[in-house]
Design a protein around this ligand. Structure first.
Ligand code: MG
Ligand code: MG
Ligand code: MG
Length: 313
């Protein structure tokens, strides 16, 4: 056997980061290669629900990676959202559906597609290699698609995601919509989370020139429920801003039924947010109608606003 390949998604892993790591490692194994899936953080409740439903073990935690280790990155290609030491690892392959922000010394086999979920791309890789998908793996991949596309309601969702989710639900032997609601609902339970845990559940850091921007998101079926804890959450955000020198922190509470988000925006550069969304903040808060996607709606608006500003200077 050759050296092991480490397969993982992003830090603060979501269901796709876990499912696509598991299915990619399995695909490699089926092709006779030594690969293992890892997680770069705690499993969230939604992912736990999926793992329990399909009887799949959670991957082991990976805190850092040794120099020259073989790596496959799934559901992420940004070092700022990856494991410690990633800069010096040997990246064999990337399978992702986010903006590209990858700089490597050597050429990389990179599959990047603007689809709703990395697991959708993984499904096509199984087909390409003529490897059959077990019901367990299918269940995990399906969960990832339902999660990433908010049951096909996110603007990131494509026809491919819908068609492949349908096929996976048949392999997994599960009713897509019944299961989907239960899965998403499982992820909204934050009753036993501290405010700090809530803002860290699905948090991503972005660097743009000298600016450090954090966009954290949480799904809910009742926005008011989360906003009852607004003061506590603001305090947790303020202390993250202090400790990590964050310039702009956006916390989006996304209503999975109405497909809207209410945001709390803090930091010394809230002007960037207000300009990007042509909005004022009232008590650090505003509602973004129809906005549910960090990567396709929130981040691009912020980056576009910043680029325009740079051109004007
Ligand atoms: Mg993800
Ligand atoms: Mg994803
Ligand atoms: Mg997500």
């Amino acid at each position: 056997m050759t050296d092991k390949t480490y397969v993982f998604g992003h830090t603060n892993p979501d269901t796709d980061s876990i499912a696509s790591a598991i299915s990619m490692a399995n695909l490699q194994n089926q092709m006779g290669r030594n690969a293992e899936s890892y997680r770069l953080g705690d499993i969230n409740k939604e992912t736990k629900y999926a793992l329990d439903t399909f009887g799949v073990n959670e991957p082991e935690f990976l805190s850092k990676i040794d120099k020259q280790s073989n790596v496959i990155m799934v559901d992420n290609n940004e070092f700022s959202q990856s494991v410690t030491g990633i800069e010096n690892a040997h990246i064999q392959m990337v399978v992702d559906h986010h903006r590209l922000n990858l700089h490597t010394a050597e050429p990389v086999y990179c599959i990047s597609e603007p689809v709703g979920c990395a697991s959708t791309i993984l499904y096509k890789l199984y087909k390409q290699e003529d490897i059959s998908i077990t019901p367990r793996i299918a269940g995990m991949m399906l969960s990832a698609i339902l999660s990433d596309t908010l049951m096909f309601r996110s603007p990131t969702c494509t026809q491919q995601d819908r068609v492949i989710a349908e096929k996976l639900s048949k392999i997994a032997g599960i009713n897509l919509y019944d299961y989907g609601y239960k899965l998403l609902e499982a992820g909204t339970d934050t009753s036993d989370c501290s405010a700090d845990e809530i803002i860290k559940l699905d948090s991503k850091d972005f660097k743009h020139h000298d600016l450090k921007i954090t966009i954290s998101q949480i799904n809910t079926s009742t926005i008011d429920e989360i906003f009852k804890r607004k003061l506590e959450i603001e305090k947790a955000i303020e202390s993250r801003i202090q400790n990590e020198n964050i310039d702009l922190f956006i916390f989006a509470v996304t209503d999975i039924l109405e497909a809207n988000s209410k945001v709390i925006v803090l930091g010394n550069r809230t002007d960037i947010f207000k300009k990007a969304f042509h909005t004022e903040l009232i008590a650090n808060t505003t509602i973004l109608n129809g906005v549910v996607s960090r990567k396709k709606q929130i981040l691009p608006a912020i980056i576009e606003g910043l680029e325009q500003k740079i051109q004007l200077q």
